[in-house]
Structures are given as structure tokens and as C-alpha cells.
Design a protein around this ligand. Structure first.
Ligand code: BEZ
Length: 238
């Protein structure tokens, strides 16, 4: 059955869901997501349109940080509701003409998905019609090596993303997985980490008595985790 425009289903994935799968044409060839990315973290992000200034500043920033993301086993994939030739022309223009905050001659080597049909954008809730019905918002999905959505952030069209925060999210998620801890407000590697809430009176008591754990109260306990150990654990060692 063919759906009319009002009936088109827009889904919003949730944290903990398997990343919705799709095949797509990109500026780096065809991809199957998330299966091609199994074993790596990935950031799938959308932008409103090619040849727009905020998006251009974001792509240049992401490209300049790509080696940092690669070092923590994280791959980048962009998307907008534009065609492949528009993407290619825009990326060529960025490399040839645009200078921003000292970045110039910037080559975008991560894939940029063409999504003129909005197939992927609809699956990922990237179209938010009260913001714009034909442009994707600035969505960011953090997908783990098993293809599970672990975090997501949405920004409106007018607001460029903070790329230090996107990197911090990847590092914090990997740290939580590796050390079975949580990360408090504004956490950065080297800061104390949080021990999850005690599930029994016995655990609460043991924690209060553990010399390696500092408890403000039984429910708020932290421990040291050195920056070196965090970085040694999450940085790729080839
Ligand atoms: C931009 O990337 O500059 C932009 C795109 C859509 C709406 C507003 C700004």
C-alpha cells in the first residue's frame, strides 16, 4: 500500500535500540549501516543542506578532528537531504575555496550520504517538521561496535554543534564500558568517576568502608581513574 504524505511514517530511534539499518549511496561509495561498521564506534550525523555556512563550518571542524576520532575507533558518517552531485560539488568547494578559523584546503574523506528520498532521515527522526519539513535537523547518533544506539543529540538548524562535546561523549561511553563506571557532569579523562548506585544494603555498607572509594553518602560514591589509564585503554594500539 502506497502511503500519502501525511501517512509517511517518521520513527524516532531510542537509546539502547539497534541502529535502524539502511543501504545508502555516499561520497565514498555505497555503505550498509550499521553492518559495515561492526567492530567500530560510529557517529552518524545529519545536517540541513549543502552549501550553507553553519554546515560548512561543521564539516571543516569534523574533518579536522577526524584523526582524533579514528584514534578512539570511531568513524564518521554525514547525511543531508541532497543528491550525490550536490555533495561532491560542495565538498570540492570547501577544499578549494573556504577558509575558516585557520582551517583551509580541508578534504572531507568520511562518507556523506545522499538522502534525497529521505529514507534514512525518516528512519532516524532527522526530519522534525515543526523545525523544517524538508531539511534534516542537526542530529547526532552515537552507535557502538555492536550496532546499538548509545546516545543521541539533536540541535536545531541555527545552532552549530560543539565538537569537543561529541568527542567527550565517545570517550565517556567507552570509559563507562571499559571500567563499569558512570561519568559525572562535565567529566573529562582524569576526573573522578561515579560508582553506580548500590543495589543492596550490604553493597552500600561495603562502599562506605572501602578505602579506594570516596562516598559523600551511600548513594554518591566516586573513585579515582587516571587519565593515562583511560587513554591507554581506549586509544587504538596498532
Ligand atoms: C546553515 O548551515 O548555515 C543553515 C542551514 C539551514 C538553516 C540555517 C542555517
Amino acid at each position: 500500500m502506497e502511503l500519502n504524505e501525511e501517512q509517511v511514517i517518521i520513527t524516532m530511534p531510542r537509546i539502547g535500540d539497534p541502529a535502524p539499518s539502511f543501504s545508502a549511496v555516499t561520497t565514498q561509495g555505497n555503505i550498509n549501516f550499521p553492518s559495515d561498521y561492526h567492530g567500530s564506534w560510529s557517529i552518524l550525523f545529519s545536517h540541513p543542506a549543502d552549501f550553507t555556512p553553519v554546515c560548512t563550518s561543521e564539516f571543516m571542524t569534523f574533518a579536522s578532528l577526524e584523526t582524533k576520532f579514528t584514534a578512539v575507533n570511531c568513524k564518521l558518517i554525514g547525511l543531508s537531504i541532497d543528491g550525490l552531485y550536490s555533495h561532491i560539488a560542495w565538498l570540492r568547494t570547501i577544499k578549494e575555496k573556504i577558509e575558516y578559523k585557520g582551517m583551509k584546503d580541508v578534504e572531507i574523506t568520511f562518507p556523506l550520504i545522499e538522502d534525497i528520498t529521505m529514507n534514512v532521515a525518516r528512519k532516524y527522526g532527522m526530519i522534525q517538521p515543526n523545525e523544517d519539513s524538508t531539511k534534516a535537523v542537526r542530529a547526532v547518533f552515537f552507535v557502538d561496535p555492536k550496532g546499538v544506539i548509545r546516545a543521541m543529540i539533536y540541535y536545531p538548524l541555527s545552532l552549530g554543534r560543539n565538537f569537543d562535546e561529541l568527542y567527550r561523549v565517545i570517550v565517556a561511553l567507552q570509559t563507562s564500558d571499559a571500567f563499569d563506571v558512570a561519568t559525572p557532569a562535565d567529566w573529562q579523562p582524569g576526573d573522578d568517576v561515579i560508582i553506580g548506585p548500590a543495589g543492596s544494603c550490604g553493597t552500600a555498607k561495603n562502599r562506605m568502608e572501602d578505602a579506594d572509594i570516596e562516598c559523600q553518602d551511600w548513594f554518591f560514591c566516586t573513585k579515582k581513574l587516571s587519565k593515562e589509564l583511560v587513554l591507554d585503554t581506549i586509544l587504538n594500539k596498532e
